[in-house]
Design a protein around this ligand. Sequence first.
Ligand code: MRU
Length: 349
Amino acid sequence: MKTLWWAGDALALIDQTRLPAEQTVVECRTYQEVGRAIKMMIVRGAPAIGVTAAYGLAIAARQSAATETGSLIADLRQSAAELRTTRPTAVNLAWALERLLGLAEAQHDVAAVREVLLAEAHHMAEEDEEANRRMGRFGADLVKDGDSILTHCNAGGLATVAYGTALGVVRAAHEQGKRVHVFVDETRPFLQGARLTAWELQQEGIPYTLITDSMAGHFLKSQVNLVVVGADRIAANGDVANKIGTYGVAVLAKENGVPFYVAAPLSTVDMKLTSGAEIPIEQRNPEEVASFAGVRTAPVGARAAHPAFDVTPARYVTAIVTEVGVLRPPYAGSLAGAFASQGSERRSG
Ligand code: MRU
């Protein structure tokens, strides 16, 4: 199953706002439709929105009426600026757009720009799945037969093009024949855990127990052997922004001597930021907090807050699983080393 794919003349997305009740597909034919799909969380999860934005820019190149490269690049810059503002925390989005803009600028005619951008979006989609499978293999070494694993939010196939980051680790361990059990935080208020992670694990036949976010401490104390989550942005010092509630899970894990692993591709690492304090935190509609599954629960007029992400300081992170290996603290050195190894791999490959 793929979360997004190119359908000939449109970007097809599984509508994640309707899962698990309905499996429907949304097709985007303009970059504005792509931007709306990201903003409305029809597609969500850091790697998935990165690749989606790449397709969005490839579509923008086809939409533009420009007949010479200068004006096409100007149009693309405008479209990229609009796409970039849809969701600010996951760095994959800006990373993907920069990568495509750089390629566009290196072309000499408009036909080449249009062709190269679509080809690069396809390439990024393939790269994402491949990175997840590699991460899964590295991460599975951290999982023992019989382990109980807690995860927060959805870092599965639905948050990527396919396979998943944190759930990729779980999936790889399961494929190796290890018996694992997953504790799934429901992940208020958007319910990515209850709606999406539970659905994915069910499809895979991986045993799980759904819990409310406030039960995490109880199960970390008694049954959970390790935590694995995804990330939306990792700063150069190893601080990790991920779905709101992750920080609390990390602190509870440390208190209970449970390893806390983050699985994320290098496209989620922002080496320009020295610490997590610089990561922009998206604020979403507080109405989602004042209600549950669309039904209002708080009194009319109640004030609510809805930061969509929090930052877990690096000292709580036992290791970061990437497509080039498992990185350990101190992260300033291991993350820089991972990028250096990736660069040498590219030069030799
Ligand atoms: O708001 P969302 O659903 O886009 O948030 C997703 C997460 O926080 C994921 O854990 C993260 O993007 C990693 S997905 C592989």
